[in-house]
Design a protein around this ligand. Sequence first.
Ligand SMILES: Cc1ncc(COP(=O)(O)O)c(C=O)c1O
Length: 378
Amino acid sequence: MIANNIHTTEEKAIDYISNLIKNRDYDSLFYTDGATEKLRNLTNAQNILLTSSCTHALEMTALLLDLKQGDEVIMPSFTFVSTANAYVLRGATPVFVDIREDTLNIDEKLVEAAITENTKAIVAVHYAAIACDMLKLKKIAKKYGLALIEDAAQCIDSYYHGQHLGTFGDFGTLSFHYTKNITSGFGGALIINNDKYLEKSKIFWQKGTNREAFLGGQADKYTWVDVGSSYMMSELNAALLFAELEDVKNITQKRLEVWNQYFDAFKNTQYGFRLPIVPDGCKHNGHIFYLLASSAYKKNQLIQQFKKRGLDAKFHYQPLHLSEKGIVFSKTNSNLMITEKLANLLVRLPIPGNISSINFADLLRNVYELTPATGIPI
Ligand SMILES: Cc1ncc(COP(=O)(O)O)c(C=O)c1O
C-alpha cells in the first residue's frame, strides 16, 4: 500500500538519538537549540519554542491570551479538533465561520460579521499549507483589537508572498507529528511574533518557572513564578527533528514532484473532480493533494477503488460544528454550507516523502483505471 509520509532521514536520526542515549544526554539542549536555529533560518522568525505538539502550542496561545469563560475565538469548522479544543480548555467558545470554496480556508469576508464584544481572537488555519488571506485577516484583527493566531500545523516550508506561514499573526503554530512533512515523532513549535508575549511564553513553556531566565543568566535560581505546563519538546524528539530539518528543502521538493504529478494527471480530464486551487502569492509544500468528487457517494467509491489499487486514499476533517462536542462547546454565526459540502467531497491521495519508493508509471496507470470508461462510477 502506498501510504503517506515516508521520511527519508532515519539513518542520521538514529545516529543522533543513539548518541544521546549512550551518553545519557537527556538534558542536553544541543538538538533543541540546533533545531530551533534551523527553524529560525527557515522561517525568518526570531522567537520559536519547540513544543511537545502543535496541540500544546495552540494551548499555549490560549494561556498567553488569558482566555476565560465567555470569550469567543473565531475559526473555521473545517479543521482538526485541537484548533478548537485549545480554547475550549480555557472555557472560551469557538465561533465557526464558513470556508472559501477555492482554498477551503476561513472566508475572510465572513469574519467581521462574527465579531461580538466577546471576541478575543481569530484563528487562521492554512489548509494543505495554502495560505489564508493573511493581509485581510491582519487588517480585521487590527481594526477590532483582536489577537491573530495561525494554525500552521501543515505549513513547514510554505509561504505567502515570500513570507513563511506562521509569521503573520501574533502567534503561529507548527506540527511535527509523524503525519507531517517533517517530523519529530510527536512535536510542534510555537512562533511568537508579538514580543509582548515572549517572556510569559517561556515561563508557561517551562512549567510555570523562570528556568529560561536562569539558563540565560538573568536569574540566580529558578522557581515557580506563574502557571505553566510541560510543553517543551524532549531532546530525543529534537534530535529527530534536527535530522529532518537538515533535509527539509529536499523533502519539500520531493513532495512537490508527487503533488505536481497528481495535478498533471488529473487536470485535463473529464473525471469531474475539482483540483486544489493555489491563489497567487501562495507557495505550498506539497503536504496534501486532494480531489473534490462530485458527490459523497462518488467520493466513497473513489476511496474504496484507490485502496483496492494500493493507494491509501483518505477523507479529511469532519466539520467540528457537526461533531458531538462541537455542538455543545461552540457557536456558528451563520450556516456553514461550503464547509459541509466540501468536507463531504474531499479525497486525499498519499504523498510519500520518498519519491523513489513509488513507481509513478504504475501509480498513474492505476489512477487512469478509475476513469468512467472502466465502468467504475466516479
Ligand atoms: C490544523 C491542525 N491543527 C493542529 C493539529 C494538531 O497537531 P499535533 O498532532 O502536532 O498536536 C493538526 C493535526 O493534524 C492539524 O491538522
